[in-house]
Design a protein around this ligand. Structure first.
Ligand code: PLP
Length: 404
């Protein structure tokens, strides 16, 4: 074996597909897929290859790596791991979640049209409307729970349906299988931002989507210490286009970031179990609290997307949003400033619990009128429930809600 072949293709293929009688489980894939001991030393973790270039025997005679913008062995290991977790043939890792969406949108051409949800992650909305609209791409944001309105939004120029489910921060649920079927009737590519669910809870490719995107900054990394993105797909054509864009536009993740993400994914299944359990406890506590008007969590039977969530997700996740009885911004601010375990911060999906105010933080780039149209109240509070002890999380919210 050459020194650069620690990404043992045979191992990761075996890990991905299992044998005919046995399918390798998610936890085993999380720990092992994409990685094999370093053949030169036996190191069990892939080395962090801090290198910008690779020595060639003679021009063109190399071991598969030429220049580190294009590829790096630590990145290759991460890509093998993430592909296996989504049950995908390919994964292309990017330097951030938005960089991966940026690359995908660059495969489109002026005049092409994209349909997406009207309660989209703020950064995606900004990228689409403020970066790509001026270059001639067209976007329609509509209610993806309403298949008729999606069908109405589709034009002969529509090339991409962009789904986010559960959504941020309203935790709405969209039917990936039904939307994929609808889009495929018109030959439209279906992409799913799977950041909120993680591949442990939801695998969009198996539901008919053509590609999955992650902000690996969130649950995949899981420790709030790295920014990253990824696209997973079974399409060789899309893989080729994404690799061309990494090479040509350069949104490549560094080797240390890839290493941190690999360390994170090893415990993804365990962390998600804990996020889901704590998320449920927090959602039920908030719902029973006299000062809380409404709680958004797809695990509630009366949540409008509950039945679909039950079908397409393993569990309901660790994200919970709520609105206070006293729907004033100052009241929400008082509560957010009073929590001690929940830290007031943007982002989500880390081991630590976070509390945030979408209207002034993550979604500030969406105009207030548009936010309200999409049903996002100014006083909505969003929780990323971490893996601390349930009783401590509830006690913290209880004391903070005294100020509501
Ligand atoms: C954070 C996030 C993104 C953007 O990812 P970055 O890694 O911050 O660039 C995209 N979609 C969703 C749902 C997110 O939460």
């Amino acid at each position: 074996m050459s020194t650069t072949s620690f990404h043992d293709v045979e191992t990761s293929t075996r890990m991905t597909n299992g044998t005919s009688s046995h399918k390798t489980g998610f936890g085993t894939l999380a720990v092992h897929a994409g990685q094999a001991p370093d053949p030169s030393t036996g190191a069990i973790m892939p080395p962090v290859y801090f290198t910008s270039t690779y020595v060639q025997e003679s021009p063109g005679d190399h071991k598969g790596y030429e220049y580190a913008r294009v590829s790096n062995p630590t990145r290759t290991a991460l890509e093998g791991n993430l592909a296996a977790l989504e049950g995908a043939k390919h994964c292309i890792a990017f330097s951030s979640g938005v960089a991966s969406i940026d690359a995908l949108l660059k495969t489109l051409r002026p005049g092409d049209h994209v349909v997406s949800t009207n309660d989209l992650y703020g950064g995606t909305f900004r990228l689409m409307t403020q970066v790509f609209e001026p270059f001639g791409l067209r976007f329609t944001f509509t209610d993806l729970t309403d298949l008729d309105s999606v069908a109405d939004a589709i034009t002969p120029e529509t090339r991409l349906l962009w789904i986010e489910t559960p959504t941020n921060p309203l935790l709405r649920i969209f039917d990936i299988a039904a939307l994929s079927e609808l889009a495929h009737r018109s030959n439209i590519l279906v992409g799913v931002d799977n950041t909120f669910a993680s591949p442990y809870l939801q695998q969009p490719l198996s539901l008919g989507a053509d590609l999955v995107m992650h902000s690996s900054t969130k649950y995949l990394g899981g420790h709030s210490d790295v920014v990253g993105g990824a696209i997973m797909t079974n399409s060789d054509e899309l893989d080729e286009k994404m690799r061309f864009l990494i090479k040509s536009a350069g949104a490549a993740p560094g080797p240390m970031d890839c290493f941190l993400l690999l360390r994170g994914t090893k415990t993804l299944h365990l962390r998600m179990e804990s996020h889901c359990k704590n998320g449920e406890a927090v959602a039920r506590f908030l719902r029973s609290h006299p000062k809380v008007a409404e709680v958004r969590w797809p695990g509630f039977e009366d949540h409008p997307g509950h039945a679909i969530a039950k079908l397409q997700m393993r569990d309901f996740g660790g994200m919970v949003s709520f609105i206070l009885n006293d729907d004033a911004l100052e009241t929400a601010n008082r509560v957010m400033a009073a929590t001690k375990v929940f830290a007031l911060a943007e982002s989500l999906g880390g081991v630590e619990s976070l509390i945030s105010h979408p209207a002034s933080m993550t979604h500030a780039s969406i105009p207030a009128v548009k936010r309200r149209e999409a049903g996002l109240p100014d006083s909505l509070i969003r929780l990323s429930v971490g893996i601390e002890d349930e009783a401590d999380l509830i006690a913290d919210l209880e004391q903070a809600l005294e100020l509501a």
